[in-house]
Ligand binder design. Structure first.
Ligand code: ADE
Ligand code: ZN
Length: 336
């Protein structure tokens, strides 16, 4: 089996995916028409041509503009189903996805429309494709602590259908410490804690994720490698890192996939995983991330299998299913 076929055959979990970042230009145009929303683009090609970013903020500006077409429960449902249908083709068996409720409530869309549409999509996707899932409510870190508390309050009726809270958006200038209290409140409600850290921000922000937000998983984490003691701590604590190579390339976190740190992460004992982040904006879904990174770094069967195994060990899922998928991966690794 060649490497690409091996990657396609691997069962995988996706642990870092913003559902709004899976909005393909075609669906964006359809929803804009359905909801009578004016877009600053005339065609799908126009939209794709705008996806050139020098940094995280340039992406975020376009990402928040793109999600303006999402208005109704049906829109959120359709978006979620489109994503699940697509990653099903990548042999993805389990997903834990983020949504950005403040990106919707800020422009007058009810919290309920967004969350119920996504939850309906996830339930339908499990029936259609057998993909199990969890939903994570992510706070926008460029907004205030007060706004995050308000969002947590809106989530109250849905607590048992949420896995946890996350922290995303503009990292620099918005340290995790800003959200220490709201994360403590979320944890007190039984929610898990996730945060983007070390994507553009310094190792100190990652330490704050650990010490102040008490994270259960670190999203990105690339810049942790600048600090040996921090790297060792992440390895010792068996912290899962949800790494996103094509995102890193598009947002200039790395200059070339050949210089991507994923192998170094594995060599340093980090529980790294591969994920797509915002696949519509960054040019690839889950398998594209595996395949392009494997090509660039000449990743071995052992390394690729380990990444897939890490995706299941870092997931919150039924133990029997985790074992079944992991056994499938180990079997493929011994055959190849
Ligand atoms: N929101 C969506 N994608 C993001 C990323 N890669 N970093 C921070 N916030 C985001
Ligand atoms: Zn992200």
């Amino acid at each position: 089996m060649n490497r690409t076929d091996f990657i396609k055959a691997l069962p995988k979990a996706e642990l870092h995916l913003h559902i709004e970042g899976s909005l393909e230009p075609e669906l964006m145009m359809q929803l804009a028409a359905r909801n009578n929303i004016e877009l600053p683009f005339k065609s799908v090609e126009d939209i794709r041509a705008a996806y050139e970013f020098q940094n995280l903020q340039e992406f975020l500006d376009i990402y928040y503009q793109g999600m303006s077409v999402l208005q109704t429960k049906q829109d959120f449902h359709d978006l979620t189903m489109a994503y699940l249908k697509r990653v099903h083709e990548d042999n993805c068996r389990h997903v834990e996805i983020f949504f950005d409720p403040q990106g919707h409530t800020e422009r007058g869309v009810a919290f309920e429309e967004a969350i119920e549409g996504i939850l309906n999509g996830l339930a339908e996707g499990e029936e259609a494709f057998g993909i199990t899932s969890h939903l994570i409510l992510s706070f926008l870190r460029h907004l205030s602590e007060e706004d995050a508390f308000k969002t947590l309050e809106q989530a109250e009726p849905y607590l048992n259908r949420l896995l946890g809270v996350g922290l995303d958006s503009s990292e620099l200038g918005h340290p995790p410490s800003k959200f220490e209290r709201v994360f403590a409140a979320a944890r007190a409600k039984g929610l898990k804690s996730f945060a983007h850290g070390g994507e553009e921000g310094p190792p100190e922000y990652v330490r704050e994720c650990l010490d102040l937000l008490k994270i259960d998983r670190l999203d990105h984490g690339n810049r942790s490698l600048e600090d040996d003691a921090l790297t060792k701590r992440l390895a010792d604590e068996a912290m899962t890192l949800t790494v996103c190579p094509l995102s890193n390339l598009k947002l200039c976190v790395v200059d070339d996939l050949k210089n991507h740190p994923i192998r170094t992460m594995l060599q340093k004992g980090l529980k790294a995983t591969l994920n797509s982040d915002d696949p519509s904006y960054f040019g690839g879904y889950l398998n594209d991330n595996y395949i392009q990174t494997a090509e660039a770094l000449d990743l071995s069967t052992e390394e690729l299998g380990t990444l897939a195994l890490n995706s299941f060990s870092g997931a919150y899922m039924d133990e029997a299913l985790r074992e079944k998928y992991s056994a499938e991966i180990r079997q493929l690794m011994t055959q190849s």
